[in-house]
Design a binder for this molecule. Structure first.
Ligand SMILES: Nc1nc2c(ncn2[C@@H]2O[C@H](COP(=O)(O)OP(=O)(O)OP(=O)(O)O)[C@@H](O)[C@H]2O)c(=O)[nH]1
Ligand SMILES: [Mg+2]
Ligand SMILES: [Zn+2]
Length: 365
């Protein structure tokens, strides 16, 4: 069984050139200032815990300081640094200045990490930096569990080379249908943890996964990311999005990402719920790379560039794998939906019907 993270990121010479051109567009031809802003290491650095428009809170030697970006970088703070970033700060009179940014090990972006988006500096829809582990938080029942959301997150995370686990919170409300969905991901080799902050279930198991890591909680609004952060911090300080049944008011939905240290060398970034993830910049041919369960099948398709989409059933071994039940149909449907979006074809459901009818003819033979 191919493991989910078994994916090679590819960097071609062409994409490096594209990146350089975009850098020049953003900073002008002379970008020494920005190049000098990023450094490989420094003796004692601070960590960005929260970013506002033009300044950021930095955790430095157990103290929180509000710092501004070095002037000659010429960009606003929230374009350049993100929670989890390591920064070299210096005190100039009363002001605390972010003098350098330490080279990142990873950057999580809301869209595909690609060469034109300047992910090494910022300027794109970045969420957080230096992430060792992402926890895709989903909930049983409220809001309902949708695998398509998990699949998109897995694509974005794998593209950023960030390992992922899934946490089903509100397991006190879990249904059989939820269990079926989760088993699909367990079968792919992804760690799935079930938690309930109400009943204190699974919190220690989650902590064990997060220990000695800089982790991030991602997922829809209302799944319980802040509640889980509270449970791990053993603190009720973090506002959760409690909705009053009567008024539907009083919702404390998280609006900015924040970094929390809960144990030495162990931290969590709690993020606002994200409704949509843009996977439209993935190219049609590469989308299948994010579906490791197609491996062992896709190589046998008649056409080497088969997209397992419009190609006839007889020539597509992936479609045959789905019809036989050996490739999970829900994941294939997710694949079709993503492909449909990228190819701008909404009517992918007919393809699935095709696979179904082949399945039926086989059964009646
Ligand atoms: N039944 C049940 N409800 C829970 C559980 N954990 C959290 N909740 C409730 O779910 C609601 C949303 O929780 P939050 O922690 O604010 O969710 P969030 O993911 O941080 O939401 P955003 O900040 O909007 O992204 C609150 O009303 C919580 O009380 C749980 O284990 N079981
Ligand atoms: Mg929250
Ligand atoms: Zn095929």
């Amino acid at each position: 069984m191919p493991h989910y993270n078994a994916y090679d990121s590819f960097k071609t010479k062409k994409s490096m050139e594209k990146k350089q051109r975009a850098k020049e567009r953003a900073f002008g031809k002379k970008n020494e200032t920005v190049d000098d802003f990023i450094i490989n290491s420094c003796d004692d650095y601070g960590v960005v815990i929260e970013v506002r428009y033009d300044d950021a809170y930095i955790l430095y030697k157990d103290e929180v300081r509000l710092a501004k970006l070095r002037k000659d970088v010429n960009l606003v703070c929230n374009q350049v640094v993100f929670p989890g970033d390591k920064v070299d700060i210096k005190q100039v009179g009363d002001a605390c200045i972010i003098d350098h940014l330490l080279k990142r090990t990873s950057i999580l972006s809301r869209t595909k990490k690609d060469s034109t988006r300047l992910n090494d500096i910022g300027l794109s829809k970045n969420i957080a930096a230096n992430i060792d582990l992402a926890v895709i938080v989903v909930a049983a029942k409220e809001p309902p569990l949708h695998p398509k959301f998990i699949d998109r997150y897995l694509m974005i995370l794998q593209n950023s080379n960030i390992p992922a686990i899934i946490c089903l919170n509100k397991c006190d409300l879990k249904t059989e249908e939820d269990e079926k969905i989760l088993s699909t991901y367990r079968d792919l080799g992804i760690t799935v943890i079930e938690t309930s902050t109400y009943n204190n279930i699974g919190i220690d198991q989650l902590k064990a996964q997060l220990l000695n890591k800089q982790a991030i909680f991602v997922g829809n609004s209302g799944v319980g990311k802040s509640s889980l952060t509270n449970a791990i911090m053993d603190d009720d300080e973090i506002k959760t999005s409690h909705v009053s049944e009567k008024s539907k008011r009083g919702r404390h939905t998280t609006t900015t990402s924040k970094y929390y240290v809960w144990e030495d060398h162990s931290s969590i970034i709690d993020t606002p719920g994200i409704r949509s993830l843009d996977v439209s910049s993935f190219s049609p041919i590469e989308i299948q790379d994010y579906f490791p369960e197609f491996e062992g099948w896709k190589e046998k398709c008649k056409y080497s560039d088969c997209l397992h989409f419009h190609e006839p059933y007889d020539s597509c071994i992936v479609k045959q794998g789905v019809a036989s039940g050996l490739i999970n149909k829900d994941r294939y449907e997710s694949y079709l939906r993503i492909m449909g979006g990228v190819l701008n074809e909404k009517d992918y459901s007919k393809i699935l019907q095709g696979v179904d009818s082949e399945d039926n003819t086989k059964k009646t033979k």
